[in-house]
Write a new protein. Structure first.
Length: 333
């Protein structure tokens, strides 16, 4: 059994690392294709096959020549020119393409059109996301509810004791939204600083590619860690529409202050999707409070209904283990 994993870098490998390790332990032939020469998984001594394309042309050539049973990735957009499927012949040697989610938002607005339609199998974090996906992919795509792979770390999650009062701001990335509102970020920093809080900003990995914006953010304290390990260092989270709010509550049960800024919309939903209640919209009413800077009074967030919040967040958690579901489904024969 030959299995290939494709990653854009550490910000993605962390979502499939437990799946990859499980396959290695079971003796499958595993190859990692990563665009990051500093990818943490390269240090895995049990991972013998690693390919690091030197440029985009080499990446495309490698992807077009894949010969394997399964191809795993957390990168959407399969089948586009920048992310082609295998072209080898006979076609029976081409892999089945498997998608793993790296964010807990609905796929209907915050992903580009056709982001998922060319996969063979999609492991969905929840029944809710599976239902959302049904509007976006053909019936030939198998959607299996597995739970969120990142939540496999729950049992090993370390609670870091904070030496003081700390707040984490972790917005979505894009041309609009909270991360681009420097004045708004300054206002939040001052408000909470006056109340004795240290305010830290965690830019999204894609935001780090915007050198101009990062130069402006350097005036703030920045947290470049993209893991969940230090979530407990912060008393609460501030974000806009990022699915990090669900991850944060899962590991800490602490609230989020949602800022009512411009939502990153990459795809306009169709008429038949209008009735959908999107996850990134609903969480703002469940996991804390929402304010609009310049209009509403900034406040420390609270979760109004703790049981409702737990039920909402745990809908993405598979106690049986998402890794077991994935393994059993793919290799049941």
């Amino acid at each position: 059994m030959e299995i290939v994993f494709f990653s854009e870098g550490n910000q993605h490998t962390r979502f499939f690392e437990p799946v990859l390790n499980n396959f290695i332990e079971k003796g499958y032939d595993v190859t990692l294709i990563t665009l990051d020469e500093n990818d943490n998984l390269i240090q895995n001594k049990n991972l013998l096959n690693v390919k690091i394309p030197k440029n985009n042309i080499e990446k495309i050539n490698i992807l077009k020549s894949i010969n394997a049973d399964y191809f795993f990735t957390t990168t959407p957009g399969l089948g586009h020119s920048y992310f082609p499927k295998s072209k080898i012949w006979p076609s029976s040697k081409r892999p089945k393409y498997v998608y793993l989610f790296h964010s807990l938002v609905s796929p209907n607005e915050m992903y580009l059109s056709n982001s998922f339609k060319n996969f063979d199998i999609i492991f969905s974090p929840s029944e809710r996301i599976k239902a959302n996906l049904s509007f976006l992919v053909p019936n030939s795509v198998e959607i299996i509810v597995s739970g969120y792979t990142l939540f496999e770390k729950k049992e090993n999650h370390k609670k870091i004791q904070s030496p003081g009062k700390n707040v984490l701001i972790a917005p979505t990335w894009g041309d609009k939204g909270l991360i681009n509102d420097i004045n708004g970020l300054k206002k939040l920093k001052k408000f909470f600083y006056d109340k004795g809080y240290e305010v830290v900003i965690r830019p999204h990995p894609m935001t780090l590619e915007n050198e101009n914006l990062i130069s402006k953010l350097n005036h703030f304290n920045l947290d470049m860690n993209h893991e969940v390990d230090n979530f407990n260092f912060y008393e609460f989270l501030i974000t806009d529409y990022s699915g990090i709010a669900i991850e944060y509550y899962f590991f800490t049960e602490n609230p989020t202050l949602f800022i009512n800024s411009s939502k990153k919309i990459k795809r306009k939903i169709k008429k038949h999707e209008k009735s959908l209640v999107l996850i990134e919209n609903e969480m703002r009413e469940i996991l804390g409070n929402t304010v609009e800077l310049g209009r509403d009074k900034i406040k420390i967030p609270v979760v109004k209904d703790i049981e409702k919040a737990k039920t909402f967040v745990n809908s993405f958690y598979n106690k049986e283990s998402s890794i077991k579901i994935i393994n059993d489904y793919l290799f049941k024969n």
